[in-house]
Design a protein around this ligand. Structure first.
Ligand code: GN1
Ligand code: MG
Length: 347
């Protein structure tokens, strides 16, 4: 029972309501109201995050650095348990965290205007910029090789050798498209050896629901710090493109609705560079468009590999769900590629 977590935070059973919240694919999230105060409770998926304590350690590091060097930044630190820990373990339930609900803030599941995309991009850029002086060696890698496209591609090739034969034969068309675009992996491999690409503290999950907005719809701060660790800017810029450019998400199975909206691209570039223009090298700036290709392609590779591996990672709500998600992402990729010339004018 999820309620067994309450005493660890000193919350009274009889005065607390808990209901399911949000749409993430990995962790479970609940909205908790206790003694009239709202919170967000999360259970860490331990299949994905093998060492949940590492997340707690990274968050502590960031909280310490920000409070020292950027005390005005609104950082949503977890509520401490009665024993003073920022994460608790409950036997046969797992690891939990509790966050305060920031008063007057709201989050969004879907980006509705270019202005919101701009606000979000500025917030993710700001987060990385404010942490530019932090010592990266103190960070734990919460998911090893999370955005290592070379490894993701290898895992995909391994799935083609050992995966479900029937699913492989159904996926032939997509397998071909993925292999035709493997140049995207090559660029990434070169990038890893090029000192012009720097490691910084990046978020690695820049969907709009990971931004808190105020009442005027101005961005307040970033949330969901599970995958915050050293990474390349293309992860954050690219995942914004992946999730903000099209009016429909990776869940859409009517691919005619997948579209790249020019004004949203412009908004992402402007918001992110407003914060990061002096941080990024010229070479990195030239790879802004590549960021979108990189993240969309990697997500397609991950969805298809998972489909072939019998949906071990991403929950499939209907048969073929991960195949549809992969097809969706490859459609998005091809629509983005059509914009190469136009978008090269924006940054
Ligand atoms: C997962 O759980 P959620 O939705 O925050 C995944 C991301 C993917 C995303 C696709 C730890 O994120 O990398 O982009 O699904 N997170 C992890 O919807 O694998
Ligand atoms: Mg997440």
């Amino acid at each position: 029972m999820i309620r067994t977590v309450l005493p660890a935070y000193g919350l009274k059973e009889e005065d607390t309501s808990i209901e399911s919240f949000g749409t993430g694919l990995i962790n479970n999230t609940w909205k908790v109201i206790s003694a009239g105060k709202p919170y967000i409770l999360q259970r860490i998926n331990q299949k994905v995050f093998k060492q949940p304590q590492d997340i707690a350690g990274n968050i502590k590091l960031i909280a310490g650095y920000l409070s020292q060097y950027h005390p005005a930044y609104r950082f949503v630190a977890p509520v401490l348990s009665v024993t003073g820990d920022n994460m608790v373990f409950i036997k046969s339930e797992g690891f939990f965290r509790l966050f305060p609900f920031v008063a007057g803030s709201h989050s969004k599941d879907v980006v509705e205007t270019p202005e919101q995309a701009y606000q979000a991009a500025a917030q993710f850029g700001r987060f990385t910029r404010l942490l530019s002086g932090i010592d990266l060696s103190g960070f734990k890698i919460t998911i090893p090789s999370f955005h290592d496209l070379a490894l993701r591609y290898e895992q995909f090739l391994a799935a083609l050798k050992k995966g479900n034969a029937e699913r492989i034969s159904q996926s032939q068309e997509l397998i071909k498209i993925i292999s035709n675009h493997s140049g995207i992996v090559k660029v990434y491999e070169q990038m890893k050896t090029d000192p012009a690409f720097r490691l910084r503290v990046t978020h690695h999950d820049t969907k709009i629901s990971n931004i808190l907005f105020d009442k005027e719809d101005k961005g307040l701060c970033v949330i969901d710090l599970d995958t915050v660790m050293p990474g390349y800017f293309i992860s954050d810029a690219g995942d914004m493109m992946r999730t903000y450019l099209s009016p429909v998400s990776e869940e859409e199975n009517d691919f005619s609705k997948i579209e790249i909206r020019d004004d949203y691209y412009k908004a992402i570039v402007q918001g992110y560079l407003e914060e990061m223009k002096d941080e990024l090298t010229e070479t990195e700036k030239k790879h802004f468009f590549y960021a979108g290709k990189f993240m969309i392609y990697m997500q397609a590779v991950r969805f298809l590999a998972d489909y072939i591996n019998n949906d071990m990672y991403y929950v499939a709500k209907y048969p073929g769900h991960n195949l549809i998600r992969a097809k969706n992402q490859l459609t998005l990729l091809s629509r983005l590629l059509d914009k190469k010339t136009l978008f090269s004018r924006f940054n």
